[in-house]
Design a protein around this ligand. Structure first.
Ligand SMILES: Nc1ncnc2c1ncn2[C@@H]1O[C@H](COP(=O)(O)OP(=O)(O)OP(=O)(O)O)[C@@H](O)[C@H]1O
Length: 270
């Protein structure tokens, strides 16, 4: 995908299954929003093939659009509408909308039903955004950085909600995030996008195995600290033990956390 002469996505090849929660993870500017905008039919691609729910988004019909739920990074419109009023209004465009009151209850927004959108807190606004995204009973839900600005409790609640939407309602969910822990917790599979390319794609376990970088083995020798970077720290420790013919002074083995490994992956490739 190019914006003018600048290529921002290269060789992105994704296959997302029905009923799956799939995360696109990557740093700012990696190309996450561009990717989902292409899939949503909001942006025409400069090259490549795309098929979403059996159709090319660039040539999609209104019937196809009605099967999508879209939650953008920020909606700035409708500040004067009440939460329930906005849900009922948007629902009226669909053949079989969800009941606004049931939706508000499911999202913990019953107390805010009559409140103007402009008076909701950030977390309440985001939950209303999701309610608006699912009012038309979509088959596929796009969530662009859904938990930005959430406190930890709101984030946990939101994760529970997304898990329920996939498990109970069979909705396929594609979300973007900067947060490795969020992708790990929420998604069945994650693709890490770095500078417009998929660096790694897989389940949380596959991600951990692929991303995990080398361990650091430290010890003291001739009064100086030595450091060895290795993928096989137990072998390195064993060899040191043999060389010292006993305990190794100041021996320390440290495996980087997944977060550290992810940061080094995006740092290296960016
Ligand atoms: N309309 C546009 N015209 C030109 N370049 C653009 C346009 N939109 C995005 N870009 C560039 O494309 C690249 C990918 O942007 P994109 O918004 O897809 O990234 P992102 O991963 O969603 O980032 P963020 O996490 O910051 O939202 C960036 O370098 C950005 O500057």
């Amino acid at each position: 995908m190019k914006y003018g002469a600048t290529e921002v996505l290269r060789g992105v090849d994704l296959d997302i299954r029905r009923g799956e929660i799939f995360a696109l993870l990557g740093p700012n500017g990696a190309g996450k929003t561009t990717t989902i905008e292409i899939l949503e039919g909001f942006r025409n691609r400069s090259a490549g093939e795309v098929n979403v729910l059996g159709a090319d988004p660039e040539r999609a019909t209104e019937t196809w659009r009605a099967k999508l739920g879209i939650v953008l990074q920020s909606w700035r419109d409708h500040p004067r509408w009440g939460a329930r009023e906005l849900l009922a209004h948007l629902g009226s465009f669909y053949d079989d909308p969800r009941d606004p009151d049931e939706l508000l209850a499911a999202l913990g927004l019953t107390a805010q039903a009559g409140q103007r959108v402009s008076r909701l807190s950030g977390g309440q606004r985001r939950r209303l955004d999701v309610a608006l995204g699912i009012v038309g009973r979509p088959e596929l839900l796009f969530l662009d950085e859904p938990t930005t600005g959430f406190d930890p409790e709101a984030r946990r609640e939101f994760h529970r909600l997304v898990g329920k939407l996939a498990a109970d309602d069979g909705i396929t969910i594609l979300l973007t995030t900067h947060d490795l822990a969020e992708a790990e917790k929420l998604a069945h599979r994650t693709a890490i996008l770095v500078a417009g390319e998929i660096a790694v794609c897989g389940t949380p376990a596959e991600l951990a195995a692929a991303v995990r970088s080398e361990s650091h083995v430290r010890w003291v020798e001739d009064g100086e600290e030595r450091v060895l970077r290795t993928a096989d720290p137990s072998r390195a420790a064993w060899e040191l033990h043999r060389r010292f013919d006993g305990p190794v002074p100041g021996l320390e083995v440290r495996r980087p956390s997944l977060e550290e490994s992810y940061l080094s992956l995006i740092g290296r490739a960016a």
